[in-house]
Structure formats: structure tokens, C-alpha cells
Design a protein around this ligand. Structure first.
Ligand code: 3H9
Length: 698
């Protein structure tokens, strides 16, 4: 028998225990072990079989590292059928997360018991596929179509209590999974219970599946797996079980062959890989209990909120008592949201806002904190003043962090006597909601300071990405390039509205102009002014129509007007009629005759600009690996997850075609479209960005 499944015979109960850490994924050894274990139990004359998982969980699903390789027997659907068709009573005892193929093994069992903390689910759509081992056929037979559609198309995890109410579980009990499972199996044998194969249950009642498909398709914003899963559920109503299984397999294999599956699995592994940096191996982070936040605007208040929610105490420093009170109000507003959603109790809310949060207007209040994050005005001189004061008051070993989104951390560090303690921690607004944290490592930053940055991110449940120092780090540097590309297309004839539409159709959560309105047009304006003051390259195409909006006091959503006009209380706007005339007059001044753009050309140019800059970011070592760029864009910039990230997307469309486009466009503008040396190198060597990810993992 395979070592991944342990076997014991306890009286007349055979016990199969999964032993495949960390999550008992159903790889080949585990599948073979289950099949062998069932045969052995039957040969040993057992009356019942108990299946449970050793370690932290029951099976968390198929081994997704095997996806994309040729399937190897025994296939998971057959394993589930083998378990179900056994003449013995089969009980599964669940703990941890019984997900995907894991829940499908449990559904192949005749009875299911779980500990109260267990969660179950069929999250396959979140990695671009659908249940492929009978989940779409057995679950609807067990709990009906509506609940199955909800669980399968959302991929959500269902707590034990709800799973019991729905009928997915038969029993929920405290105790070790092995103990409660054995007791349940004993009770079933003693009471003369029968086998209870779900495949023999009556087919569920059908609904209007075409209408349901349309609803799910629309809701999934370009993701194909959820709607495809609806067709699988439909088969459970319309076909006998065995044919339904064939249909499920067919649909599953279609999704398995899709780029979306590749993209989503890349995203899954990349978001787990970003924190694994060889340079941090064995490095112990510094102690972290209390932090200081300087500046209580939207960003600072968001950071303070995230820190409080992660159990840190916070000293909020502001310029005046009124500003400090206003900051407290913002933090209370943010925490109020968590209170409303039931994530915090009233008592916890009181504790966080009174005991854990201290307001101050005096730098001395920061003398004892372990880490300070400044979130003051984005201006180098202002930042330097802040860091000079921090250097004077903070205790030795305190981490001094800037939340700057563009400025040079080396220059900031140089104004202190402890540059090794200085780091960039770039949060995204609203900082208590957005998952991304760029940990910006300056030349002198000590490794344990970097490790502390990653630890802070982990405590705040963020996805932290290491970035090097350059204008805008990983995310904003790439953003400013693809945004510039959009501005060029506007000068040449496209409209902001066509561009936003083309890109939301591509899958972005929002188009760049709607994003600019949300972030505040003053941000881009100040960056443009700074860059112009630093001196633009004479070959760079500059555009000024957006400045006009700002000069007129229109900063986007916060002033009710930007590229769009926003009615009070509404998040979606309608096109601002002043914008196109502003663009037209700039074209006139520049002597540009507007031309037509197709949506396809818009996407091709925008994406090529993004990929080209991303390749420069990787080539220069600002991002350690292509996957760091992908995760940054996925979590901070609304890049569609099902496309994996810009560099995964680039690999899938093919690097030679992208480079050829860039070279063609360089004939009209050889300054903007300078091919990234790394892109040229990969094309010349016939390699991909993913090859670089793999090399870095070795
Ligand atoms: C499926 O079942 C298809 C079937 O219907 C049909 C098939 C024919 N495979 O997330 P963590 C690794 S599709 C391989 O850090 P947590 C993970 O990469 C599958 N590896 O821990 C990490 O490795 P490392 C349906 C997996 O406690 C380590 O385990 N199931 C798998 O925060 C720890 O993971 C899913 O989609 C896997 N399936 O969260 C579940 N899962 O240490 C996907 C995890 O080297 N998994 N690993 O970085 C999850 O949602 C979370 O991992 C889980 C644990 C909730 C289980």
C-alpha cells in the first residue's frame, strides 16, 4: 500500500488515514492508497471503513501541481466511485478544509461527520476549473440545485454548522476526527444502518438552466468556469448518474485545457511564492507589538485600522489636536464597518479605539514603538523632515518606514543615522481593505528589517511583495507606463470612455480613467508636475488635457467630477462632457488628426506597454521574479485573476508576437516603445517569463 494512506483494522472497522502533508492533497499516491485501502478493508472482512486526514486537514482537494500533466490512473472520479460502490459502510470524518476533490471523496462516502471548526467547499472555479470527481453530480442530489449552484459557482467555504443544516454533513461533533469517526462508524454498524450512496438518490429538480447560465456568466465578469459548472449541475438533473459523470468529465477537461485555468493556478501558486525569498531564509524579524503612524488622512487612518485589527497597538501622530481627532474619526469609521459586518464585537471596538489607539501631536510619543510608518504629504522635503525627527526620537532598532508611492527610499534613508533601519512599506488605499503591500528594500536596509516588513504584512493578512527602489517601485512604475500609453492613444484619437470599456471587457475591474477618478486626479497631476520639474526627455510625448481638469478643481470622485460626473452617493459616473473638447483642443494645438482605434488595438497597445515595462522592472531586479509583478498587478491594480497577471498573460499570448508589435510601434515613437532587454533576450532564447520563475524556485 502507498505510504500516503495509513491502514489499521480496529475490530470490524478499517481505518484509512491520509498522511500527505501539508494539506493531504489527492496526488497519485493518495489516490492509489485509497483504492488499495478499500480493497484491503473488504478482504479483511471489515464491516465499515473510516476515512480521515492526519495533520491539519482532511483532503484539501486534488493535487493541483499535477494539473496540465497527463492524468494518471486511478483518476479521482473513479476513486470516489470505488469508495461509494464498496459493500462496506464508508464514513468520512472531516476537519480543517475538505475542499474540491476532498469534499468529493467525502460525498463518495456514505456518511459524513465533522468537527465544528471544519469547512467544506467546492472551490474549483477559483482555480479555473469545476468539480471533476462527481461534485457537480452528487452535491445537487444531496442538497438540491439552488444550494449547489451557490456553493459551486462561488467556490465559497461553508462552515460545519451551515453544512449540517444544508445536509452536506450528517453530524457535527467535538473531538479528534479519528475518535469521532470511529464512534460514528461503530454506532452505524450497531444500529444496522445501510450503505447510502448518493449516486442512487433521486435526480434533483431542474430549474431554467439557460437563464441561470446567463445570470452566472454575467456575474462572473469574464471567468468561464462558474457558468460551465452550471452546465454540469444541469446534467445532474437531466441525465442518469453515470452519463452525468461523463458530462462532468467532458466539461472539466474543457476547462482544464483553458488559459483561464493556467492563469488562475499561476495566481494561486504565485501569491504563495511572493513571500518566499532566499534572502529571508533563517532571518528572524524584529519584535513587533506597537507601531506609530504619522499622518491620519485616508491612507494613514487605513494603515492604523489594519494594524489595530491585527492586534498591534498604534500611536497616531498628527500635526494638531483637531487633526488627530479627525484621524480618530476616520479610524472609528473604518472599524465601524468591521463592527457592522460582525467581524468585531462592540467590546472589541471599544478596546481598539480607546486602549489600543493613542493620539499624539508630539514625536516623543513614538519613542517606544517598534515600527513607524509615515503617511504624510508626498513631498521629499516633508518626508526628510519627518525622518530626521524620527531618527532623533525612536528607540534603537525601531523600523522606520515610509509609505511613499514613488519617492526614493535611499534618499530618505540617507537623512538618518540609521539607514539600515529604513524601509518602504507601500500600502494601497483603502489600506485596511486592499490586500497588497509593497515592501520596498533600499540599498542599506537590513535583512531583519525586510523580514519585519513581511511579518507586518502577514499579520495584517496582506500579500506582501518585495520591490527595489525606483520611481514608483513595481506597481506604480508599470502603471505610469501603461497609463502614458493610454494618454498617447487619447491624443491620437481614442476616448477615455472607449479605453475604459475596452479594458473592462478585457477583464480589468475598472478602466484606467475610472481608476484615476477614484484615486484622485491630483495624484497623477502632482507626479506630472514633479516629472516636468525634473525635466522630461525631449522625445517624450507629454499631454496636458488632464491638468486642465485639475486646474479647474476637478479631482474625480471626491469632487464629484473628473473624467466622469458622479451623482451624490453613486460610485459609477457618466462621461463628463467637458473632457472630449479639452482633448480636441490639445490635439489641435499639437496638430494631431484623430484616427480610429479598435478595442483590440487598445488592448494590444496597453498590454504591450504594461508587459514591456514589467520586463524592465524584472530585468533591473526591481522585482525579483516575473511572478512578483503578476501578484502586484493582481492585488493592487485590478488585473483579471483569470489571466494570471501581465507576465503570465504575455507567456500565453506568446512573447515573439508582443515584441514584434513593440518593434512596429517603435517605428512611430522609438522613445516610448523601447523594447525591454529582458524581453528581447527571452525571445532570442525561446524562453518565457515562467521559465524565470521556475529557475528562481530552484
Ligand atoms: C480539485 O479538487 C479538482 C477536482 O474536483 C477534480 C479533479 C479530477 N494541491 O494555502 P496554504 C499547498 S481542484 C497542491 O499556504 P493555508 C500550497 O501551495 C482543488 N498543493 O495554507 C502550500 O504549499 P507551500 C480544489 C496545495 O492553511 C501548502 O499546500 N482545492 C493544494 O493558508 C499550504 O497551503 C482547492 O482549490 C492543492 N490542492 O490554506 C484548495 N492546496 O507550503 C486550494 C494547498 O509549498 N488550497 N497546497 O507554499 C487552499 O485553498 C488552501 O491551500 C487551504 C490551506 C485552504 C487548503
Amino acid at each position: 500500500m502507498s505510504e500516503a494512506i495509513g491502514y489499521e483494522l480496529i475490530g470490524d472497522i478499517a481505518v484509512l488515514s491520509a498522511q500527505n502533508p501539508p494539506v493531504n492533497a489527492l496526488g497519485l499516491d493518495v489516490r492509489q492508497g485509497l483504492v488499495d485501502g478499500m480493497a484491503r478493508a473488504e478482504a479483511d472482512g471489515a464491516k465499515a471503513v473510516l476515512i480521515y486526514g492526519e495533520g491539519r486537514t482532511y483532503f484539501a482537494g486534488a493535487d493541483i501541481r499535477e494539473f496540465g500533466r497527463p492524468p494518471t490512473e486511478p483518476l479521482l472520479p473513479n476513486v470516489c466511485t470505488r469508495i461509494e460502490s464498496s459493500p462496506l459502510i464508508v464514513v468520512s470524518a472531516l476537519h480543517g478544509t475538505a475542499l474540491g476533490g476532498g469534499l468529493e471523496i467525502a460525498l463518495g462516502s456514505h456518511y459524513r461527520i465533522a468537527v465544528p471548526s471544519a469547512r467544506v467547499g467546492l472551490p474549483e472555479v477559483l482555480i479555473g476549473v469545476m468539480p471533476g470527481a462527481g461534485g457537480s453530480q452528487r452535491l445537487p442530489r444531496l442538497i438540491g440545485v439552488d444550494a449547489s449552484v451557490d456553493i459551486i459557482t462561488s467556490g465559497r467555504q461553508v462552515g460545519a454548522k451551515e453544512a449540517l443544516e444544508l445536509g452536506i454533513l450528517d453530524r457535527v461533533e467535538d473531538g479528534a476526527p479519528r475518535d469521532i469517526g470511529l464512534a460514528y462508524a461503530r454506532e452505524l454498524i450497531d444500529s444496522g444502518a445501510e450503505r447510502r450512496p448518493i449516486s442512487e438518490m433521486r435526480a434533483p429538480k431542474a430549474v431554467d438552466f439557460d437563464a441561470l447560465y446567463d445570470v452566472v456568466f454575467k456575474k462572473s465578469r469574464g471567468m468561464i468556469a462558474p457558468a460551465t459548472a452550471v452546465r454540469g449541475i444541469q446534467a445532474s438533473c437531466e441525465l442518469p448518474f453515470v452519463q452525468g459523470m461523463y458530462r462532468e468529465r467532458e466539461l472539466f477537461m474543457e476547462l482544464m485545457a483553458s488559459d483561464q485555468r493556467q492563469g488562475m493556478i499561476h495566481a494561486f501558486f504565485s501569491e504563495r511564492a511572493v513571500g518566499k525569498l532566499p534572502e529571508l531564509k533563517g532571518i528572524k524579524p524584529r519584535d513587533l507589538n506597537a507601531i506609530g503612524v504619522i499622518g491620519g488622512g485616508t491612507m494613514g487612518a487605513g494603515i492604523a485600522t489594519a494594524a489595530l485589527l491585527s492586534g498591534l497597538s498604534v500611536v497616531m501622530l498628527e500635526m494638531s489636536a483637531e487633526a488627530a481627532e479627525a484621524a480618530k474619526g476616520r479610524i472609528e469609521g473604518n472599524l465601524g464597518g468591521a463592527l457592522k459586518r460582525g467581524k468585531l464585537s462592540q467590546a472589541q471596538f471599544e478596546d481598539l479605539t480607546t486602549k489600543a489607539l493613542t493620539l499624539s501631536t508630539n514625536y516623543e510619543a513614538l519613542s517606544d514603538v517598534d515600527l513607524v510608518i509615515e503617511a504624510v504629504f508626498e513631498d521629499m522635503e516633508v518626508k526628510k523632515k519627518v525622518f530626521t525627527q524620527l531618527d532623533a526620537v525612536c528607540k534603537p532598532g525601531a523600523v522606520l518606514a515610509s509609505n511613499t508611492s514613488y519617492l526614493d527610499i535611499n534618499e530618505i534613508a540617507a537623512c538618518t543615522n540609521r539607514p539600515e533601519d529604513v524601509i518602504g512599506l507601500h500600502f494601497f488605499s483603502p489600506a485596511h481593505v486592499m490586500k497588497l503591500l509593497e515592501v520596498v528594500v533600499a540599498d542599506a536596509t537590513a535583512p531583519d528589517v525586510v523580514a519585519t516588513g513581511f511579518m507586518l504584512g502577514a499579520r495584517m493578512r496582506k500579500i506582501s511583495v518585495r520591490a527595489g527602489v525606483c520611481d514608483g517601485f513595481i506597481g506604480n512604475r508599470i502603471l505610469s507606463t501603461y497609463r502614458t500609453c493610454a494618454d498617447h492613444m487619447i491624443l491620437d484619437g481614442a476616448s477615455p470612455y472607449q479605453i475604459d470599456k475596452a479594458l473592462t471587457d478585457f477583464g480589468f475591474a475598472m478602466g484606467p480613467f475610472a481608476v484615476a477618478d477614484l484615486a484622485g486626479l491630483d495624484i497623477g497631476w502632482s507626479v506630472r508636475k514633479r516629472k516636468r520639474a525634473e525635466g522630461l526627455d525631449p522625445r517624450a510625448r507629454d499631454s496636458s488635457y488632464a491638468d486642465k481638469l485639475c486646474e479647474d478643481g476637478h479631482f474625480g470622485q471626491k469632487t464629484g467630477k473628473g473624467y466622469y460626473i458622479y451623482d451624490a452617493g453613486k460610485r459609477a459616473g457618466v462621461p463628463n462632457p467637458d473632457v472630449m473638447p479639452m482633448i480636441a483642443s490639445e490635439r489641435l494645438v499639437k496638430g494631431i488628426t484623430a484616427r480610429e482605434f479598435t478595442d483590440e488595438e487598445i488592448v494590444r497597445r496597453y498590454m504591450a506597454a504594461m508587459v514591456n515595462e514589467a520586463a524592465k522592472v524584472v530585468g533591473e531586479g526591481i522585482a525579483r521574479r516575473p511572478l512578483d509583478v503578476d501578484v502586484t498587478l493582481l492585488y493592487g491594480y485590478g488585473f483579471p485573476r483569470y489571466r494570471g497577471g501581465p507576465l503570465k498573460w504575455a507567456d500565453m499570448v506568446g512573447l515573439p508576437a508582443l515584441l514584434a508589435d513593440i518593434k512596429t510601434w517603435a517605428e512611430e515613437d522609438d522613445y516610448f516603445w523601447q523594447p525591454a532587454p529582458l524581453l528581447e533576450q527571452l525571445v532570442a532564447e525561446g524562453r518565457t517569463f515562467d521559465d524565470l520563475n521556475k529557475e528562481a524556485a530552484q
